[in-house]
Design a protein around this ligand. Structure first.
Ligand SMILES: [Ca+2]
Length: 287
């Protein structure tokens, strides 16, 4: 049923992991945006910007007041009952009044396939469930254009040499107390941005993470690239920095392989977390 379960929260937006980039998903109303979310697999929340950009999310972030924005979460509809249930066997005792709902399924049931005959030759490796990026050959001549450019961040950690400019000072020292790393206070969804001065074809962002302590604090970092000074309006570059990525140093986040992302502004933000954001060096690799 149209718009069922679409409760609109006017004057709010909702961060969260993007499923659909709103810059490429214009909707004329909050109802349409919500309906789009309901019709999109894995979508659990949506936000419509004042420019009618409909962002679909696969995680539900904390609601934040912002005028002109509309947001909502999706009320899951009950799965339809089986079309033809077999008649219950006669029982003397009455059936239970309400059966517990079935547990939510994250994956569709496997389709029935006939049993495979034993392979005659060596079978190929079984695909792993861990998402991995296919190999990528970047064009030659990639170079960093972030060094020395103007930066900003959500806050400067007090009593530390913590300025946002430390992340583009060309010093790759990984000790956060060395004065070579940007460092915010512990806060909800801290962010850092750099203005590259002009629009570039961006292939990769390389982050030198702190190594003196706590590299895991970079977990759930989302990078965005685009021409909007309001970084949240720019599309995400690659995947969020998750699990094992924070153990690597530097952390490479691919924005595009054959097709780069274009943008003047690059941002890094911790999503759905209250944490400090520390960046010892950020390189933005362009052709
Ligand atoms: Ca540095």
């Amino acid at each position: 049923m149209l718009h069922e379960g679409c409760e609109i929260e006017d004057g709010y937006r909702r961060p969260g992991n993007d499923l659909i980039n709103g810059n490429n998903n214009i909707k004329n109303s909050a109802e349409e945006c919500c309906e789009d979310c309901r019709n999109t697999d894995r979508c659990v929340a949506w936000t419509l910007t004042p420019k009618n950009r409909c962002w679909l999310k696969h995680t539900i972030g904390e609601k934040r007041a912002q005028s002109g924005y509309k947001t909502g979460t999706i009320t899951p509809t009950q799965p339809p009952p089986p079309t033809e249930a077999p008649p219950p066997p006669p029982k003397t005792e009455p059936p239970p009044t309400e059966a517990p709902p079935p547990p939510p399924k994250t994956e569709p049931p496997p389709t029935e396939a006939p049993p495979q005959p034993p392979p005659k030759t060596e079978s190929p490796a079984v695909a792993t469930m861990i998402p991995t990026l296919p190999p990528c050959e970047f064009p030659s001549g990639l170079h960093n254009v972030a060094q020395g450019r103007p930066t900003a961040q959500s806050s400067d950690k007090s009593k530390k040499d913590s300025g946002s400019e430390n992340a583009v000072d060309g010093d790759f020292n990984t000790d956060a107390n060395s004065g070579s790393c940007s460092w915010t206070n512990k806060e909800y969804q801290p962010w850092w941005t750099v203005d590259l001065g002009e629009t570039y074809d961006i292939y990769e962002v390389v982050i030198t993470n702190r190594q003196d302590c706590c590299p895991f604090r970079l977990k759930n970092a989302e990078i965005r690239v685009g021409d909007s000074e309001t970084f949240e309006d720019n599309p995400p570059c690659g995947m969020m920095i998750l699990g094992r990525m924070v153990k690597e140093n530097p952390v490479h986040v691919r924005c595009g392989c054959e097709t780069p992302m274009r943008g003047r502004y690059v941002s890094i933000q911790l999503i759905d977390r209250t944490q400090m954001l520390t960046l010892c060096e950020v390189e933005v690799m362009v052709t």
